[in-house]
Design a protein around this ligand. Sequence first.
Ligand code: F6R
Length: 617
Amino acid sequence: MCGIVGYVGSKQAEAVVVEGLRRLEYRGYDSAGIALVHDGELVWDKRAGKLANLDKALAEDALPASSTGIGHTRWATHGAPTDRNAHPHLGATGRVALVHNGIIENFAVLRDELVAQGHEMLSETDTEVAAHLVECALEDGTTLTEAMQAVCGRLAGAFTLVAVDGRDPDRVVAARRNSPLVVGIGDGENFIASDVAAFIEHTRDALELGQDQVVTITRDDVTVTDFEGRPAQAGSYRPYHVDWDLSAAEKGGFDWFMRKEIHEQPGAITDSMLGRHDAAGALQLDELRITEEELRNVDKIILVGCGTANYAGMVAKYAIEHWTRIPCEVELAHEFRYRDPILTRDTLVVAISQSGETADTLMAIRHAREQRSKVLAICNTNGSTIPRESDAVIYTHAGPEIGVASTKGFMTQLVACYLLGLYLAQVRGTKYGDEIAQVVRELEQMPLHVQRLLDAAEQVNQLARELFSARSVLFLGRHTGFPIALEGALKLKELAYIHAEGFAAGELKHGPIALVEDRLPVFCIVPPQGRDHLHDKMVSGIQEVRARGARTIVLAEEGDEEVTPYADDLIRLPRVPTLLQPMVAVVPLQLFACELATRMGNDVDQPRNLAKSVTVE
Ligand code: F6R
């Protein structure tokens, strides 16, 4: 949510900053702007709309050469997406330019104070207040670093701020509280960004900052302090090496990042399994940092996350309860702390987040830790806040996910949840070693199964072309198929902007079947045959909607002939165990949403009103 870039070095800052913004545009695309330090003053440009508008403006009217600058791509919170509200914002005299991600909660009080002192505010944003305050603090001869420290102490809420001073050509200063910020360490140049993607083409050496820290970069130096100006304690920030490169942050011949990321799933599953079991199939989660004894004492698991990550948690509940008999609850992270959940030292809270920066999930884990529960993060982003504030972490190794709609992130969250469930079963002895090894072998086959579905993508693409004019689509599933029905519907809402809903198939007759009308497309995820009558009940549900005129698009495993008479369209899934079926069932639904949105002419990677990494509550 908002992308931020800062640069000091010997290259042209405009090119570095704009290129960085391009890689961060997934975080918000309501406006884009840039400010550079040139000849003792600031030069800047900012435009409402996507980065392309700023690109065009800069092509027509280039900014002068500079080697120090900042930039911003916005997801609007305070004030409409206009040129005026676009960042950077300037102080009263135009000496300081500042960009911001997050929400300054006490901005109204600060704004009134500034206005009473005669400051004129040009925008409706909370950010402009910070720009004025930093500039005021500079007036009495302090450095930009000292001014930033002084102002941060006055701000409430969540923020990453990055500022430049027109009179200080070799310094960019940033601060963070509850909002992402990483530093890129180069050779004779340094970077600041919301995400390493912004500088990955220049350096893979990064510094993860702690909470309430201020960082100053110059060409050759990086200094970290707290808000009081004290040097940051060793260990409160952490250097690390990024294990992916520029090619992972590019489209590689695909039309969309999302389509590329769907196709990367076989590799992402393999990478997320790598090194996590021995040759005999016994789990080894060395990075877990929670002792086996603590895991044996766990008497309840609560899985928290938002959106797609929440659906991964729903799948995990089926698997973890089945393998370990530990009761699991699944909770939307933003609802969690407000219902006063029962948390003890023996509760394990599992926070699932691709970005590791989702504010709702972050607040949920803080609440859990205050109650002394253990928190385990499942996360895809090294250096992000959620794993940092958790007791333990299982990193998914999906590589950077840039498409706003999560695909490979979800897939690898499933892998991590299964690994966690199996590990708990191993530690607690609720499954025999050979049973665990059998599931591990099945997981290892998943990349091949997913690849086969991807190879058959044309069938789904053709379906999307046929359903181009659909205005409503339903998704039905039972058991682990239920969260996948929800996920299929979410993907379609996000990308195609049409009414889409997922239901537990058994719920249909309790109301939603009233929605069914002639030719309404209904995706039906059929569980594998032969367990607890689940399959047969799903087949009955399909008959019920078909009898009312629905066009049934049935996802059923190979060899399942019972469903054939009731399927208007039949998508075959590889044969896998029920608990693992989400990993295959979700793939056609991802492909369908991507293709339908493409056909509709929508921006698949940057759907309207959304941003990846929701860093405000
Ligand atoms: C849906 C989607 C969102 C995210 C949710 C949580 O395609 O991407 O629903 O899953 O915002 O994000 P993370 O996993 O980063 O916490």
